[in-house]
Design a protein around this ligand. Structure first.
Ligand SMILES: [Zn+2]
Length: 132
């Protein structure tokens, strides 16, 4: 009978064990990453929000509305330095996507923020220095 040395403890086995451990660790990272992903409709909602915010005109209007609370189109156009038509066009899109809502008082229509998530993001925009 031939006796072999136990394979534990040799440098080669330690390296292999470390490799296996790393592979398991990577598996956990992949599992954690997959498990933390929100549902597809949540991802879609965020993509829509970011797309709407990724426009200087719309972002400026949203910041003005945030500061004003409620504001009509012509005042908003003056505040943002935009034409009334440009302002109206942007507001139509923001309203259709639920980022702003309107309140009518007689003939005057005032806009206000309607999405609390975007409201919170606007605080970040207003409070953070512009570094990128
Ligand atoms: Zn606020």
């Amino acid at each position: 009978m031939h006796l072999t040395e136990p394979s534990d403890g040799t440098p080669e086995d330690a390296a292999r064990a470390e490799q296996r451990h790393r592979a398991l660790d990577e598996d956990h990272k992949v599992c954690d990453a997959v498990a933390s992903l929100p549902a597809g409709d949540t991802i879609h909602a965020w993509v829509t929000r970011f797309a709407l915010l990724a426009d200087p005109t719309r972002l400026t209007l949203l910041l003005c509305i945030h500061t004003a609370g409620e504001i009509c189109v012509s005042d908003l156009a003056v505040a943002a330095g935009l034409k009334d038509t440009t302002t109206s066009q942007a507001l139509r899109l923001l309203r259709a996507q639920g980022l702003v809502a309107t309140q009518r008082a007689g003939r005057v229509v005032r806009y206000r923020l309607a999405d609390e998530t975007v409201h919170a993001l606007l605080h970040e925009v207003a409070d953070q220095p512009a570094t990128l």
